[in-house]
Ligand binder design. Structure first.
Ligand code: ADP
Ligand code: MG
Length: 254
């Protein structure tokens, strides 16, 4: 395994007219290539801020963030948010090719890869539909394919399932988790859903309330073969991890 992302003693404060708002304090952790890391913490503690620093949208006030890429190229980062931000005036196909189209590098090869993903992940027959004709789950799948079309090395997922109702959320989270594993992507998922974190992640990073400090990092080891997000939920250790994370967050912490 090789390290893909490293944060060393990262701190960040928002400066606004109302004053200083410290958001992150002395955050250090690493993410390995191919790893799926979940970040949980109380609402407003600084999780989205942390992703904005990793993506380079904001710069740390103190500390370092290093991204290592396998080639000598810049690490490509893909972002997935709670809202799928699909354009209603474009078909699903024209939505998922948007990134390469904007970058003017929609090669035949890229097009074939995108077609193949639509096919593999059950969206081929919806190619020429409008986003409003798809279910919430299928829309998130389309949003993921649009993100993957950019060939990201690292995926940042900021509560991408929280707009969905409970049942849909479980199946969409499983679905998206499987696709990310199958495409061998490295991913960081911010979520407030403990079960989602345990079922998807190799490790869970628990943050304290604002300004967020890393409270603990818990590796998830489940004694089931061919672990998938869905089967993870049936692992005998699942409940113990749930209780442990619940305790680490503190009562009423979520
Ligand atoms: P989370 O994603 O964990 O809910 P955020 O990272 O969005 O938390 O926000 C962390 C804290 O920083 C919150 O208290 C929020 O109000 C504050 N914050 C977020 N964005 C800004 C901003 N642009 N200016 C000032 N404060 C902000
Ligand atoms: Mg947030």
């Amino acid at each position: 395994m090789s390290v893909m992302l490293s944060l060393q003693n990262v701190s960040f404060t928002y400066h606004s007219e109302e004053g200083e708002q410290p958001a992150l304090w002395d955050i250090s952790f690493q993410v390995e290539k191919g790893e799926f890391v979940a970040i949980i913490g109380p609402s407003g503690c600084g999780k989205s801020t942390l992703l904005s620093l990793i993506s380079g949208l904001n710069t740390p006030e103190k500390g370092n963030i290093t991204l290592y890429s396998s080639q000598n190229t810049q690490t490509n980062i893909g972002y997935m948010l709670q809202k799928d931000h699909l354009f209603e005036w474009r078909t699903i196909y024209r939505n998922v090719i948007l990134g390469p189209e904007i970058n003017k590098n929609l090669t035949k090869e890229k097009e074939a890869h995108i077609e193949q993903m639509l096919d593999t992940y059950g969206l081929a027959e919806f190619k020429y539909k409008k986003p409003s004709e798809l279910s919430g789950g299928m829309r998130q799948r389309a949003a993921l394919i649009r993100t993957l079309a950019m060939e990201p090395d690292l995926l940042l997922l900021d509560e991408p399932f929280s707009a969905l109702d409970y049942q849909t959320r479980i199946s969409v989270a499983d679905d998206i988790g499987m696709i990310i594993k199958r495409e061998r992507k490295t991913a960081i998922l911010v979520t407030h859903d403990l079960s989602e974190a345990i079922s998807l992640a190799d490790r869970v990073i628990v943050l304290t309330k604002r300004p967020a400090v890393v409270k603990t990092i818990i590796p998830i080891e489940l004694s089931i073969e061919n672990r998938t997000p869905f089967t993870s939920r049936n692992a005998p250790e699942f409940k113990d991890y749930f209780n442990l994370l619940w305790k680490e967050l503190g009562a009423g912490g979520v």
